[in-house]
Design a protein around this ligand. Structure first.
Ligand code: FES
Length: 108
């Protein structure tokens, strides 16, 4: 069953611009990214070697994996640069004031 519920996970004032924060949502690590292009949420797991992306450099709406340098577009999770070749899962984000909520829509 899919749920459309949004869960509050973080506050914008706690994440500096071009920084990210890893949160746990239903047992899954989700990376909340505060970029100059907005707030995005992607799975906190590089699709190359299943290692957290947290701490990766963020420029505009792109994050670079801190391990081997794969680049992902945070807006849609699409891979932009090897060695990764699979896209990231993305999550819908809702902002209310400074409060960040992520849509809980896990099918597993
Ligand atoms: S783990 Fe991210 S590029 Fe290798």
């Amino acid at each position: 069953m899919m749920s459309d519920e949004f869960i509050n996970v973080a506050d914008i004032t706690d994440i500096e611009i071009n920084q990210s924060q890893s949160v746990e949502l239903e047992g899954k690590a989700v990376l909340i990214c505060h970029t100059t292009k907005g707030i995005f949420a992607v799975e906190d797991k590089c699709s190359h070697a299943d290692i957290p992306l947290c701490g990766g450099q963020i420029i505009d709406n792109f994050i670079t994996c801190p391990v081997h340098g794969a680049v992902f577009d945070l807006t849609d999770g699409s891979v932009q640069s090897p060695p990764a070749f699979e896209d990231l899962e993305t999550f819908e984000v809702q902002i209310e004031g400074t409060s960040i909520s992520v849509k809980k829509s896990f099918s597993e």
